[in-house]
Structure formats: structure tokens, C-alpha cells
Design a protein. Sequence first.
Length: 120
Amino acid sequence: MLKLEDFLERERLSDLLSVATYGNGWPAIQVESYSKEGDDRCIEDIWADELLAGKSLSLYDMYDDNERGYSINLNSIKRGLTIMRDNYPADWDNLINENEDLETGDVFLQCTVFGEVIYG
């Protein structure tokens, strides 16, 4: 069974970012990457590497007329995972048992960005 700290390692962080951003059902979030020309890593690995290097990722709601932006970093991810564990136990159980799906990723992303699930 996985623990919170396991999600702060590259492979699990990359997997978590993948499930959180691929086809999410609330207003689409596009993550701006810091990819380098000719880099052959998948985008989620690039994001994970940037976060693990202490950088932040910028996110924005493509459907928000105000184009309000958000930022995530390792601290907000830790906070989001803690909120998820404490307030969304069914989704947390799916995550730690490696049974996550798009809903699990969506809950994780909302907890990380907003501190709660606001898009049901």
C-alpha cells in the first residue's frame, strides 16, 4: 500500500499528474510545461522533474473568460494529497491501492489547486 510520501517520487508523481490532467471533466486545465526542444521524455515526466527540482507549474482554466491562472508545486501537492486523504477517503483509497482513474485524478487536482472539490 502506498503512502503520501510515495507520490513525491518521480514515477508516482508522473503517474499522478497523468491521471490528473488527461481528460479531466471539470473546465479543462492545461498545464504549461517547461519542455526543452528535442526532449524525448513524456510531458508528465518533464512536469515531475520540474516539480522535484523545486519549480512550480502554471495551470489555467481554458474556459475561464478571465483566464485566471493557478500554480502548483511540491508543497501544494503535499497539501492536496493530505486534503484528499482526510476529506475524500474513497478517492484516497483508490489512489494508495493503485486503482486510480480520471475521477481520482480530478479530485487530486482540485484538492491541490483549490483545497477542496468544487466541480462535482
